[in-house]
Ligand binder design. Structure first.
Ligand code: HEM
Length: 147
């Protein structure tokens, strides 16, 4: 039987966190429209989701940094190799996913709650940007793992 090494364990945590970050967004996107007539419940579902999603995003950051070392990549030479450049693109996508989710979670959705601004379209756009960017980041992650 193969042994479970430290890099394997960290990569496993990275993948589980990615599943939570991406899978949670898909699940919320599927359910929130059903709760349109129950804004209070929709808000509570959103808050519960955030309580799970942001810790998963933090795990992605920490395990991602460890993965970089385990994959033999060096921060100071990222632009010198195809794998390093792939990581740079991936990090731009990770930043985009995190920023879009932050704007939605901490600025746009709370304004909707107070009925003084923000829109369902705004939520859908920000949620889509965050999800698509995370999916592409995962694709580049798989490319990196296979390199
Ligand atoms: C939205 C955030 C992220 C998602 C969805 C994500 C997703 C993934 C996935 C699915 C893999 C493939 C694992 C495999 O096929 O075995 C992966 C690998 C990887 N990720 Fe991420 N990741 C994210 C953030 C990060 C961050 C912030 C970093 C660096 C700081 C990072 C660095 C890496 C590296 C270096 C690998 C390759 C590991 C290896 O070669 O074994 N990831 N990622």
């Amino acid at each position: 039987m193969l042994s479970i090494s430290e890099p394997t364990l960290v990569l496993w945590m990275h993948i589980v966190a990615a599943c939570i970050w991406i899978g949670g967004q898909v699940t919320v996107a599927a359910f929130i429209p059903l709760l349109r007539r129950h804004p209070d419940l929709a808000r509570r579902v959103g808050r519960r989701y955030q309580a799970v999603a942001w810790p998963a995003f933090a795990v992605l950051m920490v395990t991602g940094v460890v993965n970089v070392g385990n994959a033999g990549l060096h921060w100071s030479q990222l632009l010198d190799s195809p794998a390093g450049r792939t990581l740079v693109v991936k990090l731009v996508l990770v930043a985009l996913s995190g920023i879009a989710a932050s704007v939605h979670s901490f600025l746009q959705a709370p304004r909707r709650g107070r009925a003084s601004g923000g829109s369902a379209v705004g939520s859908a756009v920000l949620g889509s940007i965050s999800l698509i960017a995370a999916l592409l980041a995962a694709l580049y992650g798989v490319a990196l793992a296979g390199a």
